[in-house]
Write a protein that binds this ligand. Structure first.
Ligand code: FES
Ligand code: FES
Length: 140
């Protein structure tokens, strides 16, 4: 098929069977929510994370209004962050995601959306839990 000609099996799998689609209760203090958009294409991704008292991400859910690669990237990233500390998750780069999914160069910005969504969700969690150290080095 056409999609198989252009995309790696992993992208197709995450696109066809996205993991962890959904959203969380933003009123919960343990939940951080990030929403990011791509200026390149207008696609939007929201990622929610649930973080325990030790600063470990227990669960991540996403909703993506975007292309197949963005959906695959967000699905993959929900699996990548699970069990990681917020500091470790902050280090996830879009190139890791792109390599894992073998994204073509024109689709690099799609994986960037997933990287940014993770960082944005962590920052949001941090705002609600100011007793934890800042991990992104941003303004506080
Ligand atoms: Fe915009 Fe993929 S084309 S995120
Ligand atoms: Fe984002 Fe510190 S974690 S401002």
């Amino acid at each position: 098929t056409l999609i198989k000609r252009f995309y790696d099996e992993k992208v197709i799998d995450h696109f066809e069977n996205p993991r962890n689609v959904g959203s969380m209760d933003k009123k919960k203090k343990s939940v951080g929510s990030g929403i990011v958009g791509s200026l390149a294409c207008g696609d939007v991704m929201r990622l929610d994370i649930d973080v325990d008292d030790e600063g470990v991400i227990k669960k991540a859910l996403f909703k993506t209004f975007g292309c197949g690669s963005a959906i695959a990237s967000s699905s993959l990233v929900t699996e990548m962050v699970k069990g990681k500390s917020i500091n470790e998750a902050m280090e996830i780069t879009n190139s890791e995601i792109a390599v894992e999914l073998s994204l073509p160069p024109v689709k690099m910005h799609c994986s960037m959306l997933a990287q940014d969504a993770v960082r944005s969700a962590i920052c949001n969690w941090k705002e609600k839990n100011p007793d934890h150290f800042c991990v992104c080095g941003g303004d506080e």
